[in-house]
Design a protein around this ligand. Structure first.
Ligand code: NAI
Length: 346
């Protein structure tokens, strides 16, 4: 653990064991400079304990950057429960996990992630108040994430094309899930022409019918002849194979970890493609959850703050241009000044 990538940057890593329920979990607290660490609790059947540690460390670090960049008074943390969400869940397991969360006295606040849902958070809530994303709280963050991505696309259009009115622009949306379909709606209502792809045919049918979208094969959508490419499905979509084929001048979408490797940020810059860093543009969800954890949830106030993603992105684009660095690096630097740490020399 002490030699694991990223461990050095972490404040605290907690290993949790509960014999009665079989709970084996890790809570990683990356940084609490700006406030308590908030991040999802993932349940996943990791192939090894080392893989679980690596995931927890990488994800918690990402949350520090995301929240700092969004200007939230939050640090970064994340937790993983080692297990199969389909067969190994029980309220008792999540209560046991909740007791570990509670033992941290609010240094870590747990929310939903891959493999966990509102019911699991509710089980934790029986034993700790340090949870967010509860029933009757802020609800599904996806439409708010989509709203933030829409604002980010407008900012990217402003920086690249000198206009933030999207009417008549062609946008390719990859993935029409919780975020992508709602984003398609917002783009359609703003007058953009849509090209879409999904591996789920029902999802495509919804977009082609409701938003007059044109469909394209899922494995070719990145190469669509469009102004803007919005990845809203998988991570690592920007890689050695796809980058040379991209025709869009702007990449701005919701998916997490879009760059297969850090160096792909530079590859996009080299090709003159403006990339809206993923954790900057997709922060609408965490902003929404923050508004719940900060007290009484006010959706209008949450949406107002999400609109700030527009200015955050303009700041990142300006810094990248001024310093001649990829936008992904500029985002890291802006975030690092906000949480008061300097990037370690690579
Ligand atoms: P989702 O699971 O609802 O939607 C993903 C969609 O992508 C599905 O319709 C799926 O069929 C499709 N898909 C999967 N593989 C594909 C492929 N090869 N080509 C085309 N489509 C494919 O997920 P959700 O919630 O919409 O999230 C989308 C992305 O945004 C994910 O990367 C997620 O991590 C990220 N994100 C989501 C947030 C949220 O609030 N839901 C917040 C921040 C990031």
């Amino acid at each position: 653990i002490f030699t694991a990538p990223d461990f050095d940057n972490h404040e605290q890593v907690v290993f949790c064991n509960d014999a009665e329920t079989g709970l084996k979990a890790i809570i990683a607290i990356h940084d609490t400079t700006r406030g308590p660490s908030l991040g999802g609790c993932r349940m996943w059947p990791y192939a090894s304990e080392a893989a679980a540690v690596t995931d927890a460390l990488r994800l918690s670090r990402g949350m520090t950057y995301k929240s700092a960049l969004a200007g939230l008074p939050l640090g970064g943390g994340k937790s993983v429960i080692i297990g199969d969400a389909k067969t190994q869940k029980s309220p008792a397991l999540f209560r046991a996990f909740g007791r570990f969360v509670d033992s941290l006295g609010g240094r870590y606040i747990a929310a939903e992630d891959v493999g966990t849902g509102v019911a699991d958070i509710e089980a934790m809530r029986q034993v700790t108040r340090h949870v967010a994303g509860t029933a009757g709280g802020s609800g599904d963050p996806s439409p708010v994430t989509a709203y933030g991505v829409f604002q980010g696309i407008r900012a990217a259009a402003k920086a690249k094309l000198g206009r933030d009115d999207l009417a008549g622009l062609r946008v390719a949306v990859q993935g029409l899930g919780h975020v992508g379909l709602d984003l398609a709606r917002q783009l359609y209502e703003a007058g953009a022409a849509l090209i879409v792809a999904d591996i789920d045919l029902d999802r495509i049918a919804r977009a082609t019918t409701a938003y007059r979208a044109e469909a394209m094969p899922a494995d070719r959508i990145h190469a669509a002849d469009v102004d803007i490419f919005a990845p809203c499905a998988l991570g690592a979509i920007l890689n050695d194979a796809t980058i040379p084929e991209i025709k869009a001048g702007i990449i701005a979408g919701a998916a997490n970890n879009q760059l297969a490797e850090e160096r792909h940020g530079a590859a996009l810059m080299k090709r003159g493609i403006l990339y809206a860093p993923d954790y900057a543009i997709n922060a609408g969800g965490i902003i929404n959850i923050h508004h719940e954890s900060a007290g009484k949830y006010d959706r209008a106030a949450a949406l107002r703050q999400v609109e700030g993603i527009y200015d955050t992105l303009l700041e990142i684009f300006a810094r990248a241009a001024a310093e001649g660095i990829p936008t992904s690096d500029a985002a890291d630097r802006v975030a690092e000044t906000r949480f008061g740490k300097h990037r370690q020399a690579a």
